[in-house]
Design a protein around this ligand. Sequence first.
Ligand code: ADP
Ligand code: MG
Length: 247
Amino acid sequence: MDTLIDIRGVTHAYQTKHGPLPVLDDLNLSVPEGEFCAVVGPSGCGKSTLTRLVAGLMKPDQGEVFLHGEKITGPRKTVGMAFQNPVLLEWRSILENVILPLEIVAPGMARADKIARAEHLLDMVGLKGFETKRPSELSGGMRQRASLCRSIVHKPEVLIMDEPFGALDNFTREDLWQTMRDLRAAEPFTAVLITHDLRESVFLGDQVVVLSGRPARTQYVLDVDLPSDRTIDILYEPTAVNMLHDL
Ligand code: ADP
Ligand code: MG
């Protein structure tokens, strides 16, 4: 499998009025194409910083970030992002929100094809019938579903998610984990998921990268060895529990 994301020796400090704040220290991470990489670590350890580096929104002080072997030097349209509080445009319908990235990345695409693509994804995540609703008419979980559709509608090279399920209640969160797996089964993509939920990392990740320390370093990389068609019940089985304990 080809390596899609390669982070080599990344060290970064923010310049603050109190002087430099070292955040990442010689961080290395490699994500093969099609794999789902979950990154866990305590609050403030530099996880969001890592997503900005991969999205090309920031340059590290030292080290390099490669996508498909190409060094990232600026923001990339081929990176999809999802966040804890999805910003959906209130004056647009759910369907029009999902279509938005296509208008930017694929302006020449026929409108009917854009609609078909968005409708297909909304159907996949259980939002059929909500296409014409406004974001405020949906629950938090539904808005996050719509936002996930928007993040992958243009088939980005990589989807980066920064604690996307953090604001949801446990039931909604577990539903979304399953939806995430269904989406991936239907349409393979490479993803980096930032989370501080170990169960989430094991359920969704093909590998789990544990960051800790100040500045943060890669502490462990765990290859998740669970069936590829795992359902949420797996988290209640001894194998999964042992994996968590091994961390
Ligand atoms: P995490 O996402 O793991 O909680 P962040 O990457 O957001 O961590 O932040 C890591 C550290 O860097 C924190 O101490 C945070 O306060 C600090 N930090 C984040 N962004 C900036 C910034 N733009 N300027 C200065 N300090 C920052
Ligand atoms: Mg963060």
